[in-house]
Ligand binder design. Sequence first.
Ligand code: GDP
Length: 322
Amino acid sequence: MSRVALITGINGQDGYYLSRFLESKDYEVHGITSCSKPGIGEPPKNCYYCDFAEGSNLNEILDRVKPDEVYHLAAQSHVRLSFDIPVYTAEVTGVGTLRLLDAIRYYEQQSGKKVRFYQASSSEMFGKVVETPQSETTPFHPRSPYACAKVFSYWLTINYRESYGMFACNGILFNHESPRRGEAFVTRKITKAVARIKLGMQDKLFLGNIDAKRDWGFAGDYVEAMWLILQQENPDDFVIGTGETHSVREFLEAAFGAVDLDWRKYVEIDPQFYRPAEVELLCADPSKAREKLKWEPKVTFEELARLMVEADLKRAEQEKLL
Ligand code: GDP
């Protein structure tokens, strides 16, 4: 009998890579997706609609799917946007996790089954960092409503583990990108613009703080870490990142460099993209994951920029044909 996984946020970047990874491991994969999209119709097979700002059908979904593992990836995940819609972000990204944890607690109690729970915690929780690199023992200093909501979810995950003996774990993932990254995130915004500039479809790119530094990895590598976290003997929390940090400038260099263009000719600063409070630098210390999970990222920073540019070139070429 194959194991059953339930992924919230299955239509997001990580949901895409994780569902394919789990299918390759012979899991039966079910998903929850947000119902806020226009033109909503019948959900696809093995897919359920639920808005985490509301969550009234979570008990019913758990009862139907009977999952062995739940990966909670759903969130309002855009940091800049969380300053504009802080209460909604707190509802979805914070209280939404509590809704799901409590539904799982009740499901375990009613069914006698055990469920393994993965919480998508975020390096944004380190925010105004108190030490570099950041590990599992680094204190948090969140710098956005998004990060505050993630800290709330992080602690609720640990609280449900300690209070009810649930197998509930946090993966504290540093930024992870791919051709499926949303276009409002800086890497994808850049690679999309690079492709369009190269093909003569755009001539400028407006950005905010290009001195910010992040530890960027490839999402396809990171979903394996999520799975490994739930395969351990005991529930625990792990930092997942590359251990390297690069500035937005360096990403510009790599992405424009992939098509032999000089980014300085095309990039302009627009304060509209500054954040009220900024996270200047993130860099993971992934040694615990390396030792206990035997996890290593495979795609390098340059490869990541190049593969994203190549995917966006294909998309832009298609768009040009239309
Ligand atoms: P985050 O780390 O989750 O906030 O991921 P983002 O990709 O949204 O942002 C990464 C960094 O890039 C942040 O420090 C932003 O301030 C910086 N940045 C600079 N210009 C932009 C921009 O135009 N859009 C976004 N999203 N971020 C930008």
